[in-house]
Write a protein that binds this ligand. Structure first.
Ligand SMILES: Cc1cc2nc3c(=O)[nH]c(=O)nc-3n(C[C@H](O)[C@H](O)[C@H](O)COP(=O)(O)OP(=O)(O)OC[C@H]3O[C@@H](n4cnc5c(N)ncnc54)[C@H](O)[C@@H]3O)c2cc1C
Ligand code: FES
Length: 278
């Protein structure tokens, strides 16, 4: 049984949890994720493994409350166990020695960019990390990202911390100035990853994105996470979640992401009403 051993609230909507799950902690590699189920009647949701401690059998998840399941997850406490906690899933990031590379993390995507950034630096790359969020309070893992990279650049949409602007503005400046960037990783909201690809395309820099497609089984059976990459159908859970961003059909991807919006809103409203009655 996977058990929560440490829970921290980093912001009104952002939480970190360390989970005791030795098999996953010993096998996980950067870029991989788990799928958890809070209870028997719950919904399966994927979350990236932000960090791990194989010796103590622990993995860290960092999540943002956006709907019913993440809201229920935020209510769980130290000592609670999951009905199911499966992983590591997905193909690990390809960590090689490339030279100068850039990792870009937007919002909660910073937590997903962290293990990749650290592994790239440990492999001997010169890693420039760019992190950004809507506002100062939503910038997470700043110190971890500073240690994990050779240079950390921070931006906020509203200018409340370091500088005003989007991560893609900063990336554009880095590409112009540093000329020699070999590869870029972008993890965050779909629109941020798409714009990152638009920015890197004229420089012909390979750009890897981690697609947060809607997943159900996580085993390539249900087809829910279908994406089109380079004209071919892929499943984000078993062929990804990382893909060459310049080949992703972004219009289709974003349409598919919003296909359950009405049902998710209804499910959240019903859950809130039920909570108020109890
Ligand atoms: C590989 C992968 C790794 C992820 N890692 C993280 C992470 O580390 N931290 C984090 O906060 N979030 C992560 N996500 C997104 C996270 O899975 C969703 O936020 C979560 O499923 C929302 O569920 P909900 O019921 O709270 O919200 P809902 O109200 O159900 O949905 C809110 C939004 O979340 C997305 N979503 C809903 N259900 C799913 C699902 N089953 N699979 C994927 N997306 C869904 C949709 O875009 C939806 O519009 C990841 C997604 C993927 C695919
Ligand atoms: S989640 Fe079912 S095929 Fe990927």
């Amino acid at each position: 049984m996977s058990k929560i051993v440490r829970k921290e609230k980093w912001h009104d909507t952002i939480y970190s949890m360390w989970i005791k799950t030795p098999n996953i902690a010993q096998a996980v590699q950067p870029g991989q994720f788990i799928i958890l189920l809070i209870d028997e009647r719950g919904e399966r949701i994927p979350l990236t493994i932000a960090d791990c401690n194989p010796r103590r059998g622990l993995v860290q998840i960092v999540f943002q409350k956006v709907g019913k399941t993440t809201m229920k997850l935020a209510q769980m406490d130290e000592g609670d166990t999951f009905f199911s906690f499966v992983g590591p899933l997905g193909i690990p990031s390809k960590i090689g020695k490339y030279g100068t590379v850039v990792t870009v993390g937007g919002g909660i995507g910073i937590a997903c960019a962290y293990p990749i950034t650290r592994a790239l630096k440990e492999t001997g790359n010169e890693v420039i990390a760019i992190i950004g969020a809507r506002t100062k309070d939503l910038i997470i893992m700043e110190e971890e990202m500073r240690k994990a990279s050779n240079r950390l650049l921070i931006t906020t949409d509203d200018g409340s911390y370091v500088r005003k602007g989007f991560v893609t503005d900063v990336l554009g400046e880095v590409l112009k100035r540093d000329g020699d960037v070999k590869k870029v990783w972008a993890i965050g909201p779909a629109m941020m990853m798409k714009v990152t690809c638009d920015v890197t395309k004229p420089y012909n820099v390979e750009t890897i994105v981690s697609l947060n497609a809607i997943m159900v089984d996580g085993t390539g059976m249900c087809g829910s996470c279908r994406v089109t990459v380079g004209g071919e159908t892929k499943f984000a859970c078993v062929d990804g979640p990382e893909f060459d961003g310049h080949l992703v059909d972004w219009r289709e991807f974003m349409n598919r992401l919003s296909r359950y919006d009405r049902l998710e809103k209804l499910s959240l409203e019903t859950y809130r009403e039920k909570q108020q009655r109890e």
